[in-house]
Structure formats: C-alpha cells, structure tokens
Design a protein around this ligand. Structure first.
Ligand code: SF4
Length: 441
C-alpha cells in the first residue's frame, strides 16, 4: 500500500539521547519494504532498540531458546511498607514476605540466562533488589557485565546509602531509583518507613557524580503518582535535575482497579499543569518522560479485546524469575503481572515453572511453549488485565514484518505528530522505503 505523508522527524542518537523523544519505529527490511509502527519511548535503558534488533535478528525465524530480557526478583523482602498501598505487590506486601534466591542459585540463574542468549538483566521486584546482599554489593551486576549482559537495578532507594553504589555504577549498571517524593514527610507517607529524603538526595547526587566522572551509565529516577505525592512531582523533577539524574520518568499506578486509590477532583484538575511543568524540564542532560494516559485509566484487558495482537509477545521475549519455596530454586513467571504467586497473590494463571533448577531454568522456560496449559497466542484471549500492550502490539507488527527475524532489517526512531501516530497504530507498511515520506514537524 502507498503511505500518505506522515508528519514527524527522525530522532538520532543512542539510547541516552533519544530517551523520551521518539514514539515510532521506522523499520526497513532487506527488500526495501518499510514499516512504521508505534513504539514506546519511555523504555528502560539499557535494554533498548539495539538489543531488540540483535536478539530478533538472531532468531532467524525460530522461537527463542531463552528470553531476551530477564526480570530477576532476587528477594521478596522490601524496606518499604506499602508504596502508598498502590504498589503492584500490595496484595502480598502485607504478609511481609522475606524469601530470597540464594547466592549460588542467583549466580546460576544469571549464567543460564546469558548462556541461552539473553541480553538484558533487570533486577526488579517483587521486593526491593537492594535487600539482596549480592545486589547491594554490586556482585550480581558485575557478574552480569562479565557475561556480556546489560544490567539494570530498579529500586525504591531505601537502602541506597547502604549500597556499594560505586561498584554498581562501575559495572555500567543502569540504576533507577523510585523517588516518589521531594520531601521526607511525603516520602514517609508513601513508603511507610523512616527513610530520610535529604539523605537519599545526597547519596543520589554522589552516585550521579561518580557515573559522570567515570563515564558510566547515568542514573535515572521515577516518580509513581499517588494521591499522597502528586503535588511534589515537579519539585522532585527539579531536584533530580539539580543532583545530576539524567532520566526522569513519571509513572501511573498499574494493576487491578482494586489496588488503586482514587485521585480527588482537585488532584485531577492540578495534574495536567504539574505534568506539563515536568515535561518542560526536558533538556539534553535531563530526559523526561510523562505518561500520556490518565492516572485513573484502568488496565487493558486482553480478554476483552483491548490488545490487538496474535500472541503474548511479552512472555515470548521476556520473563520473570522470583524466589521459590527454598533458596536453591527459582519460580518462572509469565510476566510481571503474575509476580508474587509464591506468597499468595490471587492471580488467575500458574507460573511457567514453580520450582525450577536455577542452573537450567531456561530449559523449563523454553519447554513452556509446548507444555504450559495456555499457549502464548491464547494468553491474548485469557488474561483479564495487562500492563504491556505497547510492547505486545509493537512486537506483533515487528515479528510479522521480519518473519521472526528471518528477514534482515534495520530500525530508525521517529517522533510523529499525534495524527500521524494514530494512523500508525496498526502499523503502516509500504512497498519500498522511498514511498514513505516523513515531513519535518
Ligand atoms: S498479562 Fe499480558 S503480558 Fe502478562 S501473560 Fe497476560 S497477555 Fe501476556
């Protein structure tokens, strides 16, 4: 089909430069055909387009033998009490779970991931990764780096002052701290503990300065909007910029409606201006991402047809590992939505593997394509809520266009105006690259 003119611009640069600045991919195949598809600009960096291209190209048309991205929850423990009762794990946080993956099992799980062709290792939770001594010491991310993986730690930052953040930064790990406040009283209200925000800002500034001095991956921060903290979002963004944070993303609470506290009308009215204030802080040295969707918007339901895709590509390209019954086993989950089933989260699908050997969990994961009772395509008709529509729909178009990586392709990043972007929602394919005209915005 011939494409009408799209209005936008090419976004050059590496992951750091383009963070928050593109909303579409321009994919060109070896035969000259081109696809324009909506893409998610608030991606985690590292773990970026470059990894996606390399991983998909390496598949050559086959299903992966291991995931591209591993979300590794080393522990269920967390130093925050509730994250404003809106954390996705709120349902089981009340049980104060402490289970952790043992040191040797953690090492084996990371090695198995690298051996199976994995690229992005993300320490996540569940609990808070910095509650695990091997993450806090930097040993886990150092191992990941030695195995050629890109690494990320997503943390509340409660234990940042007690962390060897130099070792983490030196391993080129992307450290992303959930600030969720500017002041100590608000931070304490949201997280339910006694962490001093001034101390956290101070340590964050030192980690940012160290990353800059040694030329390593810059430090990022997030702010999860809740009724308790929304008024401080712009203050926190300004302070983050001052202390040297390089990426600041504002997040909406995701998860079932029952886990969300409503924003009152005054808060709803104030939010657009506050978010605009944050967005205007965007600069070369301070990349900002603010959500386009309303804070009160419910999760999307694959079962209700909210996700237009042929398969759950999230659980084809990524997986979650979390603690199991003992420190020597791991639990393999479909995706982040099903985290915590080892401590009683009442979700409707079982894990891909409940007590997997950490040295061979990747094989259990690959076998799940055959033996798991719900196929990846059927997940799209089964799950009642999902937080990964953007990735799933993007991959649906990309997998079809490249025949699961069997066709060589390249990707450039675009920023399209809203109307052009809406037209790209199902993906626009043109027969040759010359037929695709991108007019400067
Ligand atoms: S919730 Fe979404 S990402 Fe998770 S398994 Fe279901 S469809 Fe896939």
């Amino acid at each position: 089909m011939a494409a009408d003119r799209l209005t936008g611009r090419l976004v050059p640069g590496g992951p750091w430069e383009r963070f928050g600045r593109y909303n579409a991919y321009h994919v060109v195949r070896d035969d000259g055909a081109a696809l324009v598809v909506r893409a998610h600009a608030g991606e985690l960096v590292p773990g970026s387009t470059e990894d996606l291209v390399a991983f998909l190209s390496g598949l050559g048309g086959a299903l992966p033998r291991g995931p591209m991205t591993l979300e590794l929850d080393p522990t269920y423990a967390c130093a925050s009490v509730s994250c404003g009762e809106v954390c996705f794990s709120a349902e089981y946080r009340a049980q104060r779970p402490r289970a952790s993956i043992g040191s040797e099992a953690l090492r084996q799980a990371i090695s198995a991931f690298a051996d199976a062709g994995g690229r992005v290792l993300r320490f996540d939770g569940g609990g808070d990764p910095l509650l695990h001594p091997d993450v806090r010491s930097g040993a886990a991310v150092r191992l990941g780096a030695e195995l050629g993986l890109r690494t990320t730690i997503l943390t509340s930052g409660d234990l940042l002052p007690a962390t060897d953040w130099r070792a983490v930064v030196d391993a080129d790990c992307y450290l992303r701290v959930s600030l969720n406040a500017h002041s100590t009283p608000v931070r304490r209200r949201v997280h339910g503990n006694k962490v001093d925000m001034d101390r956290l800002w101070h340590v964050l500034a030192r980690a940012c300065e160290h990353a800059r001095a040694v030329g390593r991956t810059p430090v990022g921060a997030t702010f999860l909007l809740t009724p308790d903290n929304y008024a401080e979002v712009a203050l926190a963004a300004r302070r983050a910029r001052e202390v040297g944070v390089r990426h600041f993303s504002v997040r909406r609470v995701l998860g079932p409606d029952a886990l969300r506290r409503p924003f009152d009308p005054a808060a709803r009215a104030a939010l657009p201006e506050l978010l605009q204030e944050v967005a205007e802080l965007d600069a070369d040295a301070f990349r900002v991402f603010v959500p386009a969707r309303d804070v009160a918007e419910s999760d999307l339901s694959p079962r209700a047809g909210d996700i237009a895709a042929t398969s759950c590509w999230q659980s084809v390209f990524k997986t979650v590992l979390e603690p199991a019954a003992g420190p020597d086993d791991v639990r393999v989950q479909l995706c982040g939505r099903y985290r915590g089933s080892g401590v009683g989260q009442a979700m409707q699908l079982p894990p891909l593997a409940a007590d997997a050997d950490p040295a061979t969990w990747d094989r259990a994961w690959a076998r799940s394509f055959e033996v798991y009772p719900v196929s990846r395509p059927d997940l799209i008709r089964t799950c009642v809520s999902c937080i990964d529509r953007g990735f799933i729909q993007m991959m649906d178009r990309l997998v079809a266009f490249t025949a699961m990586g069997a066709r060589p392709f390249t990707i450039e990043h675009l920023w399209l105006d809203p109307e052009s972007l809406a037209r790209c929602e199902p993906g626009i394919v043109v027969d040759d690259d010359a037929g695709l005209a991108i007019a400067p915005a």
